[in-house]
Write a protein that binds this ligand. Structure first.
Ligand code: AMP
Ligand code: ZN
Length: 478
């Protein structure tokens, strides 16, 4: 039963009656898919941990940027006001090391790699976020939050450091499903003489005169990694945010610690209502990471592949599953875009249409951002479009395709742009197809059936299917 329905909980318009609460998101905290009910439907807040800018982004780093960009686009379609913050970590010991090596200020390193990150993301069609806080711009808020944690008895100062005392927060370990005693026994925590307990983690640490530092009540020093996100999320989005995202590697310790800090600094209030984590991007089944040294940089991949194909390749798997990166996956994404833009090209000039992506497409995305299912719906539209001969239907399908593409951040070029810059070298144009059909007709007329079949098979391998009918040859893209 279709019709436009005003949802009483989420307060957005939807085209289905069977569900009032359309969107479901998997929450790492509960370990389940949950109905997304925002705390305030007039202001959706989302915070995603961004890069530490000491080197170029690898394709694994691009995965959360693309996945959460799709989620932000989807939320913006459903809610009037979305505030999405993704930070840049520009205080970090790896940045210090890179700056010392080159003999420059940390700002030089951070500016260089932040600019490179923006370039990579723009090429992948990732829209700018509403906020992009940098740690260096929020040190006073970080210090203020640490002071509050000391005052409330959750943190203590020792030898120029400030530490969060994990046993003062009963919920510690809930997010990453770790038991505090196990964590300590496992000793995956740094033991240090100034810690009351090995599990306690750093909120502030002292800087030597040659290290970057800021004045604080505990002497000159710099913030620990986790406190920065708690402080910036609070400053920009408020004490309780709707969605917190990042790669699954961040669930522990980073997000566990962010959660402990924020909940304790806010008198026990919920920090993030939904915790979303993307799975790893792997190469030969191993996590891609700078420390393992098996990284493929986005800027290198971009040299031989269009950004849109890289984006599509990242969206072909469900965001929570591991995604293995290889040349074939990328080549496949290019072929898919050839088909999509090919269908738009072959549809010719159609009248403008206001049609939106079909409900099944939105239903797929709203089922925990199921991009593979959403892409399947996209190709369903293409199949119908390739067969259609009715101008009104074609106009509607083209509009549906463009609209669905805009939610995924795809298909926003013209087909001319794609085929001029983005296509496979072996992508076959309409003119080439027509020429091949003329040649096949000539071969058949000369009773050279083997040649006719060869041309048909060759077109098939290039994604074009021929049908012989009483009216002659018809072709469509597979
Ligand atoms: P980093 O700069 O290492 O803190 O990473 C920035 C973002 O990329 C974080 O959300 C990480 O969880 C994510 N990330 C890093 N490596 C991968 C990977 N191999 N696959 C997916 N996400 C990753
Ligand atoms: Zn963070």
């Amino acid at each position: 039963m279709a019709g436009v329905h005003r949802c009483t909980v989420n307060r957005y318009s939807c085209a289905v009656f069977y569900c009032e609460f359309l969107m479901q998101l998997h929450n790492t905290l509960s370990g389940q898919k949950e109905v997304f009910v925002p705390q305030n439907p007039d202001r959706i807040t989302m915070y995603v941990c961004g890069p530490t800018v000491y080197s170029f982004a690898h394709i694994g780093n691009a995965r959360p940027a693309v996945v959460f960009d799709v989620l932000a686009r989807l939320l913006r379609r459903r809610y009037p006001h979305v505030e999405y913050a993704r930070n840049i970590t520009d205080i970090d010991d790896k940045i210090n090391a890179a700056a010392a090596k080159e003999g420059v200020e940390i700002g030089v390193i951070a500016a260089r790699y932040a600019a490179a990150y923006h370039e990579d993301l723009a090429a992948l069609g990732v829209a700018p976020t509403d906020h992009e806080p940098r740690v260096t711009e929020h040190v006073p808020e970080i210090i203020a939050m640490i002071e509050r944690l000391i005052a409330s008895g959750h943190a203590y100062a020792a030898e120029g450091h400030v530490l969060f005392e994990v046993k003062r927060y009963a919920g510690y370990g809930e997010l990453s499903k770790r038991d505090l005693r196990e964590m300590l026994a496992g000793a995956r925590v740094e033991v240090a003489p100034y810690k009351k307990d090995p599990g306690d983690f750093v909120l502030w640490k002292p800087s030597t005169p040659d290290q970057p530092g800021w004045e604080s009540p505990w002497g000159r020093g710099r913030p620990g990694w986790h406190i920065e996100c708690s402080a910036m999320a609070e400053t920009l989005l408020g004490e309780t945010i709707d969605i917190h995202g990042g790669g699954i590697d961040l669930a522990f310790p980073h997000h566990e610690n962010e959660r402990a800090q924020s909940v304790c600094a806010h008198g026990g209030k919920v920090f993030a209502r939904y915790w979303l984590h993307n799975g790893f991007l792997t190469m030969d089944s191993e996590k891609m990471s700078k420390s393992l040294g098996n990284v493929l940089l986005v800027k290198e991949i971009r040299k031989h592949a269009p950004g849109e194909a890289i984006r599509l390749a990242l969206l072909t798997g469900h965001y929570r599953q591991p995604l293995d990166w290889n040349d074939e996956a990328l080549a496949d994404a290019k072929r898919k875009l050839d088909r999509l833009y090919g269908a738009l090209r072959d549809a010719g000039d159609v009248a403008a249409s206001e049609a939106q992506a079909p409900a099944a497409f939105f239903a797929a995305l709203e089922d925990d951002i199921n991009t593979p299912a959403a892409l399947a719906e996209l190709f369903e539209i293409v199949r119908t479009l390739n067969k259609s001969e009715d101008p009104a239907e074609k106009a509607r399908l083209v509009a549906e395709l463009r609209d669905a593409g805009s939610v995924l951040g795809l298909l926003q070029q013209t087909h001319q742009q794609w085929f001029a810059h983005g296509a496979n070298d072996d992508a076959i144009s309409e003119a080439e197809i027509e020429a091949a059909l003329v040649a096949r007709l000539a071969a058949k007329a000369a009773k050279n059936y083997a040649e006719g079949d060869r041309i048909r098979d060759d077109l098939k391998t290039r994604g074009v299917l021929i049908e012989d009918s009483k009216d002659g040859q018809r072709w469509r893209r597979a």
